[in-house]
Design a protein. Structure first.
Length: 112
């Protein structure tokens, strides 16, 4: 998969984490990104195209601040484990920016 948003950085696919690209910003800062996060990013790109670059820039800034980050789809059910890294969800980036997408995936309201 191509990650055009991060193409200026070194992107490595590691055999221990083949589904989560390891994106190296510089010698001190890097992150892993689970596929679900990239899918969520594409949803933000579709719904908020004017704010998409702000989201990407905020992700990069957060990584530079924390040095080692794993962007996970769900804190309670992640599959990329890397020691010494902090775990963030996409909402940790978008909520402070006040960029929201309503999650309407819920069970039916119809009772039996």
């Amino acid at each position: 998969m191509k990650y055009d948003e991060f193409s200026k950085f070194n992107i490595v696919i590691e055999k221990d984490c083949p589904f989560s690209p390891h994106i190296i910003i510089d010698e001190e800062s890097d992150f892993y990104m689970e596929p679900m996060v990239y899918t969520q990013l594409q949803g933000f790109k579709e719904r908020h195209p004017d704010k998409y670059q702000l989201i990407i820039d905020s992700m990069i800034d957060r990584v530079k601040k924390n040095k080692h980050v794993v962007f996970v789809g769900d804190y309670e059910s992640y599959f990329t484990e890397v020691k010494g890294y902090i775990y963030l969800e996409i909402t940790d980036i978008t909520n402070p920016l006040q960029i929201f997408v309503e999650d309407k995936s819920r069970g039916s309201d119809y009772g039996d």
